[in-house]
Ligand binder design. Structure first.
Ligand SMILES: [Mn+2]
Length: 318
């Protein structure tokens, strides 16, 4: 990959890096960011890993979280590296800042990625963490335990714990190298899948109560309202992967979870078993993602939109 060489050459020359990912960051976003931050520091670079809002509880144990900044740099002498996202509109509060910078590098693996960046490494691989892995190899950065734990987390998250369709032999050989460098597979799996707060189960109960099956059981849809989060004392990241969980119902091809993130603002998570491309479906509403996992956000009345979405999903199987 020629762009990988160009990116590595540019990184060697620059000194200060602003790292950012997408809104509602997941394990791939945060693991890629912290893994790259640790690697750049080992090369003597200055890093500013940025998050819009407090790190989701499930990732707060990752090594290097103390490096994360929740404010923007005071000056613009930074090279931006945008991870797991190729679209300015998905960056959140740092969008204007990134747009103002001279150099923006993008590492992304989304099918619908956008056109952000002066140098773009966009490949349909199982995780952005894998692109970081290859970049570090190009830069000859030795894998420390901190780097390994973060990149393993990125890969584990986006492959659904090495279960999803895009889980290739390449994912396992990368995981092997990361495990050899100090990532503990059992510990990471436990931290990511067995330490959920009770508030998550409070939300899950509501999601299951409201679950509806459409199109002769091929579509599963449910909804969370903004007041549910208060009632369950839940955070925005608590329902992460609920749409994936609903996909485990036998016969279901597509799932949709409609979340009212604040009054009048809706976020929809979509999952597919593979036959339907939900990234394309999400693109109809201005969203994006992957064939089997996608989403979008819009401003509408949740009740009204819920009915539109039901009809559109049923039409997929009509
Ligand atoms: Mn990703």
């Amino acid at each position: 990959m020629k762009v990988l060489e160009e990116m590595a050459a540019l990184i060697r020359e620059r000194e200060r890096f602003f790292l950012v990912s997408h809104i509602n960051p997941d394990g791939d976003a945060i693991g890629s960011m912290l893994g790259l931050a640790a690697a750049l520091e080992s090369l003597g670079k200055e890093v500013w890993p940025y998050l819009d809002e407090e790190i989701p509880r499930s990732y707060a144990w990752l090594p290097g979280v103390e490096k994360i900044r929740y404010s923007l740099p005071p000056d613009s002498r930074w090279t931006a590296i945008v991870l797991d996202c190729g679209d300015l509109s998905r960056i959140g509060g740092a969008a204007e800042f990134v747009d103002s910078l001279q150099e923006v590098l993008v590492l992304d693996h989304h099918e619908v990625s956008g056109d952000l960046g002066h140098l773009r490494l966009v490949e349909p691989i199982f995780a952005t963490g894998a692109l970081v892995f290859y970049l570090l190899r190009e830069l000859s950065v030795p894998l420390t335990r901190e780097i390994a734990e973060n990149l393993y987390t990125a890969i584990f998250s986006d492959t659904g714990g090495f279960r999803f369709q895009q889980t290739t032999a390449e994912a396992f050989s990368m995981a092997k190298e990361l495990a050899e460098a100090g990532a503990d597979p059992a510990k990471i799996a436990e931290m990511l899948t067995e330490h959920y707060p009770l508030s998550r189960f409070c939300l899950l109960k509501l999601v299951l109560e409201r679950l509806r099956l459409l199109a002769e059981g091929k579509v599963a849809i449910s909804v969370l309202k903004s007041e549910d989060y208060e009632r369950c004392q839940a955070t925005k990241s608590d329902p992460e992967d609920f749409a994936t969980f609903l996909r485990s119902i036998d016969g279901v091809e597509v799932t949709a979870l409609v979340k009212e993130v604040k009054p009048g603002e809706i976020s929809v998570s979509l999952r597919s078993r593979g036959r339907v491309n939900v990234a394309r479906f999400a693109a109809r509403f201005g969203g994006g993602g992957h064939r089997c996992a996608a989403g979008f956000r819009l401003k509408d009345d949740p009740g009204r939109f819920y009915h539109i979405l039901r009809q559109e999903l049923e039409a997929l199987f009509a």
